[in-house]
Design a protein around this ligand. Structure first.
Ligand SMILES: C[S@@+](CC[C@H](N)C(=O)[O-])C[C@H]1O[C@@H](n2cnc3c(N)ncnc32)[C@H](O)[C@@H]1O
Length: 401
């Protein structure tokens, strides 16, 4: 990830999306930051994810090293899928090899993770492949089209793959298997808040002289204060942070549709203790544009990705309240090592894609530790999963702030 920080490309007041936001503000008043981020990423016509990062053709993607804005673990190499299939096989065993194993991926982006998982299943777990019922949950039409192209050959070979726009359309308790996501939750719109002497304030977006500007005011919903008190957090004065209420709603939906199985959430983020640590006193919100980090969300509105780190304690707590038991929590490095990534690259050339990708994913001061893996389960007796062999270090931290 390129760490060059660039805040030069200001929001053009003439961009259709900024014009639309300005009109909305004039009509209905200031937008919460979460609403602004929702429009910037998912506006039906101009949102970053709706348009596939503003790319005109499906041949280029905002995800990936070449021509993208950022890369993700699945876009690097199939090595993540190779490890995950080992974990899926163990979950399948714990579930007693059900006749239908639901593999649901939420926010699949370019569709490469499912493609690689299917290929790895074919090579490593041939008995699981015919029992798979794959569901892709994708809200962006541009990404759905990409996924359909990438997965067409698997569908032609008879693998069951269906798409849904959101979890609402899936009936209660109908899934048995694994519900997986990689870098989904960090793409949800977040509220930005700051503690001031006289209480919590929320960031709003206003329009002045046709330009978008910030204004701090009273919180738009009491849920923001409850979010913090649920985690026993008292923010110090001057602390700015993000609150992801959508992540809480999402995990409730995930719990609702799961009958028995495992939820694996991979993303960059922290326990609440680390999320609200002094080194994050300015929050975790970032923009990505052509592998450059920007700290100004009002730059290139609709053309840059916006993202905030995930508060895993909040996901675990919200899950516990709706019947998801926290199986364990670890970082990507420990997860992949536990699943035997070292054996998988043994014998590969040092310069091979697999070795380079493994090094990137395991990097102790990079993806290996910034990325975390939260595993939750429902309807199975406490599974001791292979990917969590190194979970002990993190387990106690997750429970308390
Ligand atoms: C950062 S990308 C990650 C893509 C992919 N998982 C990867 O690792 O390469 C986020 C993906 O989540 C999708 N997304 C965001 N919010 C969503 C939601 N509420 N429901 C379904 N998909 C969503 C986006 O359209 C995009 O495909």
């Amino acid at each position: 990830m390129n760490k060059h920080i660039d805040n030069q490309g200001m929001a053009s007041p003439t961009s259709p999306l900024v014009k639309q936001m300005t009109a909305l503000i004039q009509e209905a008043g200031p937008l919460t930051f979460a609403r602004f981020m929702e429009l910037a990423l998912y506006d039906e016509e101009h949102g970053y994810y709706t348009t596939g990062g503003g790319r005109a053709t499906s041949a280029t993607s905002p995800i990936g090293r070449e021509g993208g804005d950022f890369f993700t673990a699945p876009s690097l190499s199939p090595i993540l899928a190779r490890c995950l299939v080992r974990q899926l096989a163990e979950i399948d065993e714990r579930l007693g090899h059900p006749p239908v194993f639901h593999l649901m991926e939420m926010g699949p982006g370019a569709g490469t993770l499912l493609r690689d998982l299917l290929q790895e299943c074919l090579e490593q777990q041939a008995s699981l492949l015919p029992r798979l019922a794959c569901i892709l949950v994708e809200r962006s039409p541009a990404f759905r089209r990409r996924q359909q192209e990438v997965l067409a050959t698997w569908q032609e070979q008879g693998v069951g793959i269906r798409w849904v726009d959101d979890l609402q359309s899936i009936p209660d308790g109908t899934l048995t298997g694994t519900l997986l996501s990689n870098e989904l939750v960090d793409a949800f719109p977040v509220h930005r808040v700051r503690m001031e002497e006289d209480g919590l304030r929320e960031l709003y977006v206003i329009s002045r002289d046709h330009a978008l500007q910030e204004r701090w005011a009273e919180p738009s919903t009491p849920e923001l204060t409850s979010f913090l008190s649920d985690l026993d957090v008292e923010l110090p004065v001057g602390f700015t942070t993000e609150i992801n209420l959508e992540a809480v709603s999402w995990i409730k939906q995930v719990a609702r549709v799961l009958d028995h199985g495992v939820v694996i959430t991979i993303d960059y983020g922290h326990t609440a203790q680390d999320y609200f640590a002094p080194e994050r006193k300015n929050g975790t919100l970032m923009g990505y544009y052509r592998h450059t980090v920007t700290t100004d969300p009002f730059t290139r509105v609709g053309e840059q990705d916006l993202t905030a780190h995930v508060n895993f304690s909040s996901l675990a707590l919200a899950g516990e309240r709706v019947g998801l038991t926290t199986t364990g929590f670890t970082n990507l490095q420990h997860f992949l090592m536990s699943l035997g990534i070292d054996e998988l690259v043994e014998g590969c050339e040092q310069e091979s894609e697999a070795v380079r990708a493994a090094a990137q994913l395991l990097r102790p001061h990079g993806m290996g530790t910034t990325f975390k893996v939260l595993v939750q389960h429902k309807g199975i007796v406490v599974p001791t999963l292979r990917g969590l062999r190194h979970r002990a270090f993190f387990e106690s931290v997750l429970a308390t702030v």
